[in-house]
Design a protein around this ligand. Structure first.
Ligand SMILES: NC(=O)C1=CN([C@@H]2O[C@H](COP(=O)(O)OP(=O)(O)OC[C@H]3O[C@@H](n4cnc5c(N)ncnc54)[C@H](OP(=O)(O)O)[C@@H]3O)[C@@H](O)[C@H]2O)C=CC1
Ligand SMILES: O=C(O)C(=O)Cc1ccc(O)cc1
Length: 455
């Protein structure tokens, strides 16, 4: 593996994933560091690991041929300002940050002109197997031969390379990540504000509710700064998150006024625009990027498959212990207003977003599941009419939907104002409510993603 040295600045979750995978692939010299104050601890922990632990980013930068900054998005300017001038002449610099506008500005401002810039972004979390997942590469300031080297180094992840510009990256991730997270964060806040654990409520009996619950808990069990950074620092994210809250509010107003016909019309118009399905059509074709209809295998599945991953259901039966999940008692799923799903499709429709464009480009596992549940609800006209009818006429969902609208507007405002402290506080408050179930939810959620996305 020649004499190429790799450098990683920031040995958090993603930095560690990269460093260990690259080491395992046979790259002889992987130089890593975290903050100088963490050096002694990190050095001790990684003794004998084959990773070359250095005290700071200067020492990593001056000897590495490919350097990846894997630090919090909010700190990227400060960290590159600190170490950028030590970058070895002719080396390539990348960033793992989930939002690229601040990274691009920091690199252009602080990196010497005799260095190259080819950035990256793995579209999955640190606990997900990178095999087959999208890995965005951004050839910003470098000739093709340097890109070939980056591809050679990154080949060890067995991910799918996706080539974007810095600007394209931020537009795509505003749609795939920021607004998706806003929806799940709002669900969590709403449940926590009404002091209810959804898996204990008969209003969330299984089926696609299982996806909502598991993904919501997955997000709240991760680090707040990752979600805050990609939402607050991406200018495109503000538009999407604001529209999502607006869609929630508009639909909710129709619901409380019991204007079922109007609600139905608006929802079916969004269905036609986003999926291309005529009123009574129930097909597997969707509108492709070029505007033509293409056949596509549905991402989801059935209520029955999802019931296997319902936390309360697993507790109540012994099937999970015996491994016989397939025989878990099928629960009849009563109609639900599904405000979050109606609102995201309305949001895509209002902004002219085709979510399938992103699915092919740079979808995270969470975004795939999100499209999957939307597709599932919207494909069947009968199921969708059932949701609209429940939304307008069944008052048992009103309290939950009220909380959801308030939560979505609160999150949208936090993103609008761009305030990290307020984001952290909102996140941590809700996180505390669910924390005691994270361990179980993590295992169930991971299994659900594996099974559903593999099928
Ligand atoms: N987690 C995820 O799912 C994904 C995250 N990303 C992105 O990757 C980046 C890293 O995320 P992640 O690994 O999860 O976050 P972590 O918080 O786990 O890691 C960031 C690390 O960088 C360290 N750091 C901060 N400042 C410096 C510095 N001056 N010198 C060296 N190290 C420093 C942090 O130390 P300290 O904790 O003391 O601040 C921390 O150990 C983020 O930009 C994130 O958006 C991308 C894809 C997926
Ligand atoms: O799938 C998601 O949206 C996640 O929550 C995991 C994640 C978080 C940040 C990234 O930059 C990429 C993936």
């Amino acid at each position: 593996m020649d004499t190429v040295e790799i450098g990683i600045i920031g040995m958090g979750d993603m930095g560690r994933l990269y460093a260990t995978k690259m080491r395992d692939a046979g790259w002889k010299k992987v130089n890593v560091c975290d903050r100088p104050e963490n050096y002694d601890k990190l050095h001790k922990e990684l003794e004998g690991s084959g990773l070359n632990v250095l005290r700071d980013g200067h020492l990593v930068s001056r000897r590495s041929d490919f350097i990846i900054y894997s630090v919090e998005a909010a700190f990227i300017d400060k960290v590159v300002e600190q170490y950028g001038s030590s970058t070895k002449i002719g080396s390539i610099v990348a960033g793992q940050t989930s939002v690229k506008a601040p990274e691009k500005a920091a690199f252009e401002k602080h990196l010497p002109q005799d260095t190259y810039i080819i950035s990256c972004h793995s579209m999955h979390g640190p606990k997900v197997d990178p095999t087959g997942q999208p890995l965005i590469l951004i050839q910003h300031r470098a000739p093709d031969e340097k890109l070939r080297l980056v591809e050679r180094i990154m080949a060890c992840f067995k991910s799918n390379f996706v080539y974007l510009t810095y600007e394209e990256h931020d537009t795509v991730t505003a749609n795939t990540q920021a607004v998706t997270h806003a929806a799940f964060l709002s669900m969590g806040t709403a449940w926590s504000c009404s002091n209810q654990y959804p898996w204990e409520s008969e209003r969330y009996p299984g089926g696609i509710e299982t996806v909502k619950i598991n993904i919501c808990l997955r997000i709240y069990s991760a680090k707040w700064h990752v979600y805050a950074g990609l939402a607050l620092l991406n200018p495109a994210a503000k538009t999407q998150v604001r529209q999502f809250a607006q869609s929630c509010t508009d639909l909710f107003k129709l619901m409380v006024a019991e204007r079922e016909e109007e609600l139905m019309e608006r929802v079916f118009a969004a269905r036609k625009k986003v999926f291309g399905w005529e009123k009574e059509e129930e097909s597997n074709s969707i509108i492709s990027r070029t505007g033509t209809k293409v056949e596509r295998k549905p991402i989801l599945m059935s209520d029955k498959l999802l019931d296997r991953f319902h936390m309360a259901a697993r507790k109540a039966t012994s099937h999970s212990e015996t491994g016989d999940l397939s025989t878990a008692a099928p629960s009849p799923i009563p109609p639900n207003s599904h405000l979050s799903l109606l609102a995201i499709v309305d949001c895509w429709s209002s902004l002219g977003i085709n979510p399938y464009d992103h699915l092919d480009l740079a979808a995270t596992p969470i975004f795939r599941m999100w499209i999957g549940v939307c597709e599932y609800l919207f494909r069947s006209p009968e199921r969708l009419r059932g949701a609209c009818h429940a939304a307008a006429k069944d008052h048992s969902f009103r309290a939950d939907d009220t909380e959801f609208v308030i939560a979505s507007r609160g999150w949208a405002q936090t993103v609008q104002f761009g305030n990290f402290d307020s984001y952290e506080r909102r996140f941590e408050e809700t996180r505390g409510f669910f924390e005691h179930r994270f361990q179980e939810a993590g295992a169930v959620g991971a299994e659900m993603l594996k099974v559903v996305l593999a099928s």
